[in-house]
Design a protein around this ligand. Structure first.
Ligand code: HCA
Ligand code: CU
Length: 379
């Protein structure tokens, strides 16, 4: 399929999540990892603190393959900070919905437009590539949004970001919003980003819908961390793009779990065990019918080999194990099993009422053993 790019904002949006604060060294390490994973752009905000200026400068100097995008407010002095860091890509944002204009800048739409365009021209006059973010686009008066996008497009701004800043959209709405912008600009000059918040759990679905409508870049963070409940997780986005859209075959998917692990080492938040792709339970199988099928062919309940994303397959034994699970458990102990014995054990596991009693990795070696071995015949 068509290439859909990834901008990772772990170093900007990610740091806006409560509890996420990196050291400069950690920021540099994350940038290297994201780059070798294969994201197209890495976003960082230099204006936050002197440390961030330092990190931005250093990361830009690494000469990574990904573009380093300095994210700042649509204010000339902020742009100057980005330029001072050596940025060649600058993203500026401005809240352009009426509620944002009133609550933050306290200016009219007309004034906002003048300011935004001045800043856009300022960036262009420095010969830089840029993105303009129509913050709160999903709640902006459509005519004003289109007007702003057309003006930016006319100025040759390389990218426009259409964020669902408050996470209020559904996929169909996001599709229409992006399509409306897409149909109103000269696409040879400007491409579109989607940045969707996860307030009701629709972030990735909305972002993908935006791409179906013409956007070609999704914003992510490692494990989805961001303001409030965050934005799409890099892991889920990367897998969706490779597996469903077949759009990004150059990503090093096997690094995904490592990125997530690194993040959990740097911040004290842990990886939720039920997290798709990277969570401890993402490849853990429990119910008897599932175990029976998994032991024959894991694809019965897995869309992707856990190895492919650096995760591992596990099975859980307990009340739900059933006779197939029980037979497997007995075979691990080296016991020849009859159907009757397996059933007895399955019954026993239920009567114990202990919930899950044992968890095992089911990796390559065990897999092979199982495929040629006894438990299969039972049941
Ligand atoms: C913010 C705004 C932003 C910007 C998104 C973008 C949003 O948190 O300051 O630049 O594409 O959600 O609107 O993250
Ligand atoms: Cu955001």
């Amino acid at each position: 399929g068509r290439k859909i790019r990834i901008l990772d904002s772990t170093l900007r949006e990610g740091e806006q999540h409560p509890g996420v604060n990196f050291t400069t060294k950690q920021r540099i390490q994350i940038a290297w990892m994201l780059d070798s994973f294969g994201v197209d752009q890495i976003e960082i905000s230099p204006v936050v603190s002197p440390d961030h200026v330092e990190a931005t400068k250093t990361i830009i100097k690494q000469g990574l393959r990904a573009d380093i995008v300095a994210h700042v407010r649509a204010i000339k002095s902020d742009v100057d900070i980005a330029i001072g860091c050596g940025a060649t890509w600058v993203a500026t944002y401005m809240g352009i919905s009426d509620i944002h204009l009133a609550a933050k800048l306290k200016i009219s739409r007309e004034e906002a437009k003048i300011r935004a365009l001045e800043v856009a021209d300022y960036i262009k006059s420095h010969g830089l590539k840029s993105r303009f973010t129509m913050e709160d686009a999903s709640r902006t008066e459509p005519e004003f949004l289109i007007d702003m996008c057309k003006e930016m497009n006319r100025r040759g701004i390389e990218r426009i970001s259409i964020p669902d800043t408050v996470g209020i959209m559904r996929p169909r709405g996001m599709f229409s919003l992006v399509k409306m912008v897409y149909d109103n600009i000269d696409r040879s000059k400007t491409s579109l980003d989607v940045h969707c918040h996860n307030d009701i759990g629709l972030a990735l679905a909305n972002a993908l819908a935006g791409c179906e409508a013409g956007a070609d870049q999704i914003h992510t963070t490692i494990d989805g961390f961001g303001e409030r409940t965050g934005i799409p997780a890099l892991a889920e986005t990367a897998v969706a793009l490779s597996l469903i859209y077949r759009a990004n075959n150059d990503l090093r998917l096997h690094m995904i779990k490592d990125l997530s692990r690194t993040m959990s080492e740097y911040v004290d938040l842990g990886i939720p065990e039920s997290k798709p792709i990277v969570g401890d339970s993402a490849y853990k199988h429990k119910a008897g019918t599932h175990l029976a099928a998994i032991l024959r062919n894991p694809a019965a309940y897995e869309i992707l080999e856990p190895k492919a994303v650096g995760n591992r397959r596990k099975i859980v034994f307990g009340e739900l194990a059933g006779k197939n699970g029980a037979a497997y458990l007995l075979s691990l102990l080296g016991l020849e099993t009859s159907k009757h014995e397996a059933e007895q054990l399955a019954k026993g596991l239920k009567e114990l009422r202990m919930g899950d009693i044992l968890e095992l990795y089911l990796d390559d070696r065990l897999e092979r053993k199982i495929l040629n071995d006894a438990p299969m015949k039972i049941g």
